[in-house]
Write a protein that binds this ligand. Structure first.
Ligand SMILES: NC(=O)C1=CN([C@@H]2O[C@H](COP(=O)(O)OP(=O)(O)OC[C@H]3O[C@@H](n4cnc5c(N)ncnc54)[C@H](OP(=O)(O)O)[C@@H]3O)[C@@H](O)[C@H]2O)C=CC1
Ligand SMILES: CC(C)(CO)C(=O)C(=O)O
Length: 315
């Protein structure tokens, strides 16, 4: 990767997050190859990506799409849901990826280990993304948040490689930071995401209504999540997380809540399940998280046959 030259970038799962990034990278001049199923691939090759965004403006951008990666890329963004990850990775053979980097932006903390078993560990650069973006139809993206922020950190890739990915993303208009501690980066997001995802989904309310109408419960859950995050190595505390909540646009919905409204399988295991597994490892009580995970698991739709989505296996 060379900042002066366009890069070739694959996007595995061109949905709300991946479609937005694919569109931004393509309109900046990079070659973007979206990896998806047959029918999404056909639509994207014909129509490209169109984005409606108050932040970036409305725009359309061409992309190439394929069901499997067959050519070398500089890096591949992994932006499918955790519930589709195993199936989606079949589209990204390690030998086709060659020296390309793997940059997962999924919510959750456990997928980097899976990716390092499948790809060369020194090529895996995990990130977290803060954005609200929805795929309303294949290749059609509505970006609602007044920000897109990515933090990258890797225990296994070189700092130069991480910086190179960050430069490409920043050049496309994404506020991007390179941080030093991968575990702390993933858990810093988890400590505010898990309470937000579980409570907005459970009650079916926006972040604004959550932080005003259910503040005590939110504080309890943030306390549980930050206690676990600190045990895992993040510098996380209740006051800092509550400041993040109070700064979010009131109308924000979590992606888990939007999945719930759409009747889709939830990333409950990757978020709530992972939080409870870590709590168990460190002997931390998280009774509110446990109750919410159990109750949401009962109402969550079942994964369709052939997908790898786990029901929630908290402990
Ligand atoms: N959306 C958001 O605002 C945010 C999301 N996140 C996280 O980002 C990740 C992605 O979420 P989001 O963008 O909302 O997800 P979406 O459901 O919008 O998009 C997922 C994409 O994955 C594709 N996909 C599903 N199965 C496969 C497969 N087997 N092979 C290839 N592609 C596949 C879907 O294809 P198709 O289009 O054909 O259905 C879709 O394009 C999640 O972990 C989420 O928690 C984090 C922050 C905010
Ligand atoms: C915290 C939030 C809303 C911000 O991106 C998110 O990650 C999600 O919706 O899953």
């Amino acid at each position: 990767m060379n900042n002066a030259q366009p890069s070739t970038i694959a996007v595995l799962g061109p949905g709300g997050v991946g479609g937005l990034l694919a569109g931004l990278l393509s309109r900046t001049g990079h070659k973007v190859i979206c990896l998806a199923g047959e029918s999404t691939t056909q639509t994207l090759n014909r129509d490209g990506i169109s984005v409606r965004s108050t932040h970036f403006g409305d725009f359309a951008a061409p992309v190439t799409a394929a069901t499997h990666l067959t050519e070398p890329v500089d890096f591949c963004l992994i932006t499918c849901k955790q519930t589709a990850l195993n199936a989606a990775l079949e589209r990204l053979p390690a030998d086709a990826l060659a020296d390309g980097l793997v940059v997962p932006l999924l919510n959750g903390v456990e997928h980097p280990e899976l990716l390092r078993q499948r790809y060369r560990p020194e090529h895996v650069v995990p990130g977290v993304i803060r954005v609200e973006s929805t795929r309303t139809a294949p290749g059609v993206i509505t970006h609602g948040s007044p920000f897109v922020q990515i933090d990258l950190a890797s225990t296994t890739a070189s700092q130069a490689q991480i910086e190179a990915v960050a430069a490409v993303l920043a050049g496309a208009g994404v506020q991007t930071r390179v941080l030093l501690d991968e575990t702390a980066t993933l858990w810093a997001k988890m400590s505010f995401l898990a309470p937000m995802a579980l409570l907005t989904t459970y009650y079916g309310i926006t972040v604004g209504d959550l932080r005003t109408g259910h503040r005590d419960e939110l504080l309890t859950l943030v306390d549980e999540a930050t206690t676990v995050a600190r045990a895992c190595g993040a510098d996380s505390n209740v006051a800092a997380v509550m400041n993040v909540y109070d700064a979010f646009p009131a109308e924000t919905k979590s992606s888990m809540q939007r999945d719930s409204e759409a009747g889709s399988v939830l990333e409950l295991d990757a978020i709530g399940g992972a939080l409870l597994r870590a709590a168990d490892r460190y002997g931390i009580d998280a009774p509110l998280a446990a109750r919410l995970v159990t109750e949401l698991a009962v109402t969550m739709p079942r994964p369709s046959p052939g997908t790898s989505a786990p029901r929630c296996s908290p402990r």
